[in-house]
Design a protein around this ligand. Structure first.
Ligand code: ATP
Ligand code: MG
Length: 237
């Protein structure tokens, strides 16, 4: 469904990603793990067109066979790809409900809109209880749910999640991963960047290890859990 090949990315003259390749098939959850500054967020931004992707030989990002290189982020969202960026950014002065509605700005049909909202509330009952509450007064975990709920309101087929568990209490982390699995089971394909490596590998079909802007290792969840380098560097075992 998503294919990244020979991808490089730069901030000004500084190269951050080198020849990155990865593949996500329809229905999968695929994770990217790696240390701080490895280029994980940059990779997601390059897929979304927020950072310019450069291919070594032709397009660097293909979604359902179609190149996304050079497309605006808005058009990429229209293709069905949505990013939940690092840090659960929501509109602080708006209510929970208004934040969610904003996610569905491109959904014109009233019934479809209501059905999407129902789905989000079913997934995150906490958001329904707090629908009128200002987003700035939500807890960190609730805000993360709101950011993900808002992304789901745009009816993506493909969801990019950048460290959704950042700053969450362990119980919240489990709940969040349950929610990720639930949306995946409903047909959403997921590319997940995550520091909670055990959780990420446990719910992923496959994972990639990104270090210093390069993919250094790839394999299934269990394969990577058993890998000596992954154990030492990421699982502190
Ligand atoms: N806007 C920017 N301008 C210049 N350099 C940047 C910019 N954003 C990121 N970088 C640099 O690019 C490199 C990769 O950053 P990136 O945010 O992709 O890392 P990351 O793997 O997501 O790290 P983390 O786990 O800390 O979120 C870092 O060295 C960072 O300092
Ligand atoms: Mg990051």
């Amino acid at each position: 469904m998503l294919e990244v090949k020979g991808l490089s990315a730069f901030y000004g003259d500084v190269q951050v990603l080198w020849d990155v390749g990865l593949e996500v098939r329809e229905g999968e959850i695929v994770s990217v793990i790696g240390p701080n500054g490895a280029g994980k967020s940059t990779l997601l931004k390059a897929i979304m067109g927020l950072v310019r992707p450069r291919g070594s030989n032709g397009p660097a990002v293909l979604f359902k066979g179609e190149p996304l290189d050079g497309m605006t982020p808005e058009n990429i969202v229209r293709k069905g790809v949505t990013l939940v960026p690092e840090g659960a950014r929501v509109f602080p002065e708006m209510s929970c409900l208004d934040n969610l509605k904003l996610g569905a700005y491109s959904v014109a049909d009233r019934h479809r809109h209501d059905r999407l909202l129902e789905n989000v509330f079913q997934l995150f009952p906490r958001l329904e209880e707090r629908r009128s509450q200002k987003a700035s007064t939500l807890s960190g975990g609730e805000r993360q749910m709101l950011a993900m709920g808002r992304a789901l309101m745009s009816e993506p087929e493909f969801l990019l999640l950048d460290e959704p568990s950042l700053g969450l209490h362990p119980l919240m982390v489990s709940a969040l991963f349950e929610a990720i699995k639930a949306v995946n089971e409903r047909g959403l394909t997921v590319l997940l960047v995550e520091q909670k490596v055990t959780f990420a590998l446990e719910c992923s079909t496959r994972a990639y290890v990104l270090e210093n802007g390069r993919v250094v290792l790839t394999g299934s969840g269990p394969e990577l859990m058993g890998d000596e380098h992954v154990c030492k560097a990421y699982l502190a075992m």
